[in-house]
Design a protein around this ligand. Structure first.
Ligand SMILES: Cc1cc2nc3c(=O)[nH]c(=O)nc-3n(C[C@H](O)[C@H](O)[C@H](O)COP(=O)(O)OP(=O)(O)OC[C@H]3O[C@@H](n4cnc5c(N)ncnc54)[C@H](O)[C@@H]3O)c2cc1C
Length: 393
């Protein structure tokens, strides 16, 4: 922790923008805002990068994104490739490519339809490849694969390093980070937002909520309840093994995210659900579910069947009812903004979303449309639902 204790006991610390949550999204937003001259305070309940942003699988993946996320993911990918020029650190980014393999003809058909759909929307980053090309790319894969989708400019990075790099870059531009500073209560008083924390009160004209799985409670305090729930996502890492896989891998018919680091260890995940303890602020591993995913790996790479698992862990992540994040201005309160609910895929989006959120907060308009991520979409959907039901009868 490199921030001083609040020297003004009793008086609120002030900034232009108060950010609640020091994960990648809070740190990236703080960086982009501070770089433009805004004074920014980030409040973090634990330490920066303690939760999803520091413990995720590091997948930098545009592959497989829902359509509304694709413009954000493509924008983010360009920032990932230029990270050293942007924040002075590459975050450990390796442009390994991402490969989603298929194991049956039906899965390959599914991928063919997906690529055609993307092309009809003008997106050409996902390429359908046949079995021979898959095996040329990854010769150690089991022979039963039938093909896949390949994205060459995707890859992986180191989560804690990336989040820390954004935090340090934000600090270089004057952003102040307070750790062990959970915002327990937020309220608007006149022109200002006030957040109460065990380290005193903090105030700003604008408030940005980037509190990951804990954001729902803050939105509720602002009178804007939203269907967001926590999940404990699990990962495991193996002992070191000789290099055998270059690309970051996923599968079509079963959950898998798989990559081998330069040090030989293999990280295995794929949105594997463990246990989320929101009040306790930690995730727990469900070993029985991990076994299933270890089996997938052995099916695909039979030579790994005797490889030991070194460590497993779980991180707490925010999921929404429609699997899309919430990135918007509040519909109920002035000068309140949200960026959370990244549903297990928000690491790749961090660099671009931070920039777009900075535009939203400082200019009132982001350079890419964020309409699909409005917080009131759930209310609008449930208001429409009874009508749709009535029409069906
Ligand atoms: C195991 C795992 C694997 C994943 N793999 C990938 C992947 O390969 N690729 C990918 O793109 N994404 C992946 N993700 C998802 C990705 O990590 C998240 O979407 C992303 O990190 C979310 O960032 P965030 O800043 O919104 O949230 P977080 O990282 O959770 O940060 C929110 C922060 O807010 C703080 N906070 C909460 N409440 C308060 C409060 N009241 N006051 C102050 N601070 C508060 C928390 O302590 C936390 O540090 C994975 C996630 C997990 C858990």
């Amino acid at each position: 922790m490199n921030d001083a204790r609040n020297p003004h006991a009793g008086a609120a610390q002030e900034a232009d923008v108060l950010v609640i949550g020091g994960g990648l999204h809070g740190s990236s937003s703080a960086f982009h805002m501070a770089r433009r001259g805004a004074s920014v305070i980030v409040l973090e309940a634990d330490y920066v990068g303690r939760h999803s942003s520091g413990v995720n699988a590091g997948g930098v993946r545009t592959l497989g994104r829902p359509l509304p996320e694709i413009p954000l993911a493509l924008m983010s990918r360009e920032i990932w490739h230029a990270l050293p020029e942007t924040i002075g650190d590459d975050g450990g980014f390796v442009p390994s490519g991402q490969l989603k393999i298929t194991e049956t003809e039906a899965e390959l058909e599914e991928c063919r339809a997906r690529v055609a759909l993307l092309e009809s929307h003008g997106y050409t980053h996902e390429k359908l490849i046949d079995r021979e090309t898959v095996l040329e790319l990854e010769p150690a894969l089991a022979r039963h694969v039938t093909g896949g989708i390949w994205v060459e400019r995707d890859g992986y990075a180191l989560p804690f390093r990336t989040t820390t790099a954004f935090r340090l870059a934000a600090q270089k531009h004057g952003a102040r980070f307070y750790e062990d500073a959970a915002a327990t209560h937020i309220e608007a008083r006149g022109e200002r937002w006030i957040a109460q924390t065990p380290r005193g009160a903090f105030a700003a004209r604008k408030l940005l909520v980037t509190a990951g799985a804990w954001s729902g409670e803050l939105a509720r305090q602002a009178g804007e309840p939203v269907p967001v729930h926590p999940e404990g996502l699990m990962l495991m890492v193996t002992h070191r093994v000789a290099p055998f896989c270059r690309a970051t891998l996923g599968a079509t018919g079963r959950p898998l995210s798989f990559k081998q680091f330069d040090n030989g260890t293999v990280v295995i995940g794929g949105k594997l659900i463990g246990i989320a303890d929101l009040p306790g602020r930690h995730g727990e591993v469900d070993f029985m579910r991990l076994v299933k995913s270890a089996r997938t790996v052995v099916d695909l790479f039979p030579h790994l069947r005797h490889l030991g698992v070194n460590r497993a862990w779980a991180g707490v992540e925010a999921f929404t009812a429609d699997s899309l994040p919430i990135i918007c201005a509040s519909r109920r309160a002035a000068n309140l903004y949200y960026s959370f609910g990244y549903c297990g895929s928000g690491f790749q989006l961090g660099p671009a979303c931070g920039r777009l959120v900075s535009e939203l907060v400082l200019d009132g308009a982001p350079s890419l449309s964020l309409d699909a991520f409005a917080i009131d979409r759930f209310e609008r959907a449930s208001a429409r639902a009874p009508l749709a039901g009535a029409a069906a009868h």
